[in-house]
Design a protein around this ligand. Structure first.
Ligand code: 2M8
Ligand code: MG
Ligand code: MG
Length: 272
């Protein structure tokens, strides 16, 4: 079983980033041999410490909404790019963050609209906006393949700006607090890629389960066999076309555990 999970607002609480209500399920999944794969808007720099704390240091991960995929050695194939210093193979199917920033500023100037990139705020502002500790705010600003941003203009202006971005070949999505702009990537493509890689390595189609709370999780949820839409603490509407979708009553890590109770409550130990 592969469990693909969003972090902020899903495995982690939207406000204080706590995951203790989900910890018993993480242990149970590990004991049953299931692989938990974080699929997040967070950066690779943010994930380094988090993956250790969550005991997910040996599983693949998807950072920056699909722009960065990290593979541990057990998920590698010989023709992959070489492993980098952390012993991980990194795939970056989108566009690099610096060129995204340039294009965003160019389009914003053309449209005479103000746009604030998270990577260009200072650490204290990011802390204020997100509740992340200062050191983690600094790690969130280290973008490699996406640019989270704040839009101060009106809804019509935003829609016009989005259309310009999409005409320019960019992908626009939305997390709990920020809009996110990437190249031609999303969480769903990364999930499908990892499921195919698993199949290529093990000659067996994996069972997949997805959990997420935000608009940026819709592609993730539609890419998995069974899905959990976690009640959002962000107030944004999220509609997921899926034949096997469970919507939780709780939000954050309590909702995460509730979703696993629903799909795996009695069946995990005999194969999920
Ligand atoms: C940003 O991601 C969340 C995802 O829902 C958002 O859009 O609100 C990212 O920039 C991430 O790097 C950061 O850790 C997070 C903090 O809340 O915000
Ligand atoms: Mg989320
Ligand atoms: Mg996310």
């Amino acid at each position: 079983l592969l469990v693909f999970t969003d972090l902020d607002g899903s495995l982690l609480d939207h406000h204080d980033y706590d995951w203790s209500p989900a910890a018993p399920w993480l242990e149970r999944l590990a004991a049953a041999g299931a692989t938990v794969i974080p699929v997040t808007s967070k950066t690779r720099a943010e994930l380094a410490g988090l993956r250790r704390q969550l005991s997910l240091a040996d599983t693949p991960f998807v950072a920056e909404n699909g722009a960065v995929i990290g593979l541990p050695t057990t998920w590698r194939r010989p023709d992959d790019p070489p492993a980098d210093v952390d012993g991980l193979t990194l795939l970056t199917p989108g566009d690099d963050a610096a060129s995204l920033a340039d294009r965003l500023h160019r389009l914003a100037t053309e449209q005479r609209t103000p746009v604030r990139l998270l990577s260009e705020l200072d650490d204290a502002e990011v802390t204020e906006l997100t509740g992340l500790p200062l050191e983690e705010a600094a790690l969130a600003r280290r973008r490699e393949g996406s640019q989270p941003l704040l839009w101060d203009g009106d809804e019509t202006g935003w829609r016009r700006f989005c259309m310009a971005l999409e005409r320019d070949g960019l992908t626009v999505t939305r997390g709990g607090r920020f809009h996110h702009v990437m190249g031609r990537v999303d969480k769903g493509r990364a999930v499908r890629w990892l499921a195919e890689r698993f199949q290529a390595l093990h000659r067996m189609r994996p069972a997949t389960l997805g959990l997420g709370d935000g608009p940026n999780d819709i592609p993730l949820l539609t890419a998995t066999d069974r899905a959990v839409l976690i009640r959002g603490a962000h107030g944004l509407p999220v509609t997921v076309p899926h034949g096997a979708l469970y919507r939780t009553r709780h939000s954050g890590p309590r909702g995460w555990a509730e979703g696993l109770d629903h799909w795996l409550g009695n069946s995990l130990e005999d194969g999920g």
